[in-house]
Write a protein that binds this ligand. Sequence first.
Ligand code: FUB
Length: 323
Amino acid sequence: MLKPKHLPIDLYTADPSAHVFNGRLYIYPSHDIEAGIPFNDNGDHFAMEDYHVYSMDDINGEVIDHGVALHVDDVPWASRQMWAPDATEKNGKYYFFFPAKDKEGVFRIGVAIGEKPEGPFLPEPTEIEGSFSIDPAIFNDTDGEYYLYFGGIWGGQLQRWKNGEYEEDDSEPADHLPALCPKVARMSADLKSMTEEPRDVLIIDKDGNPLTAGDHERRFFEAAWVHRYNGKYYFSYSTGNTHLLCYAIGDSPYGPFTYTGTIMTPVVGWTTHHSICEFKGKWYLFHHDSKISGGITHLRSMKAVELTYREDGSLVTIDGMAE
Ligand code: FUB
């Protein structure tokens, strides 16, 4: 599979986070719906209400839809906009991390726990204390520690936290200043809380300088993901308004990460969001585009494509429009 392929499913799905549990591939996407809300830069038209989990025993095999794993109505603290989720396993339990707006319209991150990888998941009564913004990605390191990455600018509200607390000020740093950083925190043993104040995930250029806010082709926008390859940590993300999936490489889950290149060029649709996962000895990029809906930006469909590493650990760039 060297060109991106849509996964054969009925619903509109996006932001696919893929993991292998018990030898089977599980995908945790957003479930896109048409809620009739006009497009705006805040992303209000992404008005998702629930999550389905998918699984497959082979990358070209049948994709099972396991039905609704969590609905916004079952989350006591959440009001709307169930955006990009992720999941992990610990000691035979499954932990589903998801963002949603709270009753005040502020994005927070919650966790819901289940006995099976496909859910259903029972949400904790409150959001993860100290969490904010969107796009949680939970990374299980080889030493048994778990790290939560999150953040997204514009509609994801990361810029509203630039002074350490929530402010209704959407201004971003001036173009020549360091870009806003995604966040990371080590999780507690029960995976229900962060053990520390979220830290900045610093993305630097080859000279060691932080990427600047004006560097829209390379700076972080949303869709954090971390995977390990040959002992290195790969931090990958979307550049948002320039529609690229990029990656940066580091020696620690905390970073800093050195910007390395583009994983995928723009797809059909405004957003691009992905995960990277090894399955049966091959590496895959899971992502989405809006081709099937005819370009409707909030009605997206998940795709998968095999990734190729070069000997130096860099990734071959994939053409997001190829099929
Ligand atoms: O799916 C809603 C939002 O769109 C996600 O949280 C972002 O990463 C973007 O894909």
